[in-house]
Design a protein around this ligand. Structure first.
Ligand SMILES: [Zn+2]
Ligand SMILES: [Zn+2]
Length: 128
């Protein structure tokens, strides 16, 4: 089933491991479309949904001291993406998101990319 977005396709959200976890959260999609209109540049999703097994792999790769099955990543719930915007610095992207959604969502800064998730509470981090 295709999603109703002029800019994004469902397979951009699909878990990379091949399990078929292909939810495209509508609130998350709204945020991404807002970014696309704001910056008027392609929004490139570098990581979307993760099933538990795939998330374990990602967590272990990012953190040598990661303890199995302790991740609270929103990627597991299909509510998060990591992305970059062509030619736009990640600081500019994060600043826009923080201004637009001051009291909610997870916004994380990484080298060359940004994490956004549509959790209800507010969480911010900088992993650079
Ligand atoms: Zn998977
Ligand atoms: Zn992420």
């Amino acid at each position: 089933m295709s999603i109703e977005s002029p800019f994004f396709e469902r397979d951009e959200f699909t878990c990379e491991c091949g399990c078929g976890f292909d939810v495209a959260d509508s609130e998350l999609l709204d945020v991404l479309e807002g970014l696309r209109y704001e910056f008027d540049k392609p929004v490139i999703i570098t990581g979307g949904n993760r099933c538990v097994a795939h998330n374990e792999k990602v967590q272990k790769k990012d953190n040598k001291n990661y303890k199995p099955l302790t991740s609270k990543s929103q990627h597991i719930f299909g509510k998060a993406v990591d992305f970059k915007i062509k030619d736009i610095h990640e600081d500019k992207v994060a600043r826009y998101l923080e201004k637009e959604y001051p009291n909610t969502y997870g916004i994380g800064r990484y080298n060359g990319r940004t994490h956004i998730d549509v959790r209800e509470n507010k969480v911010r981090w900088d992993k650079r």
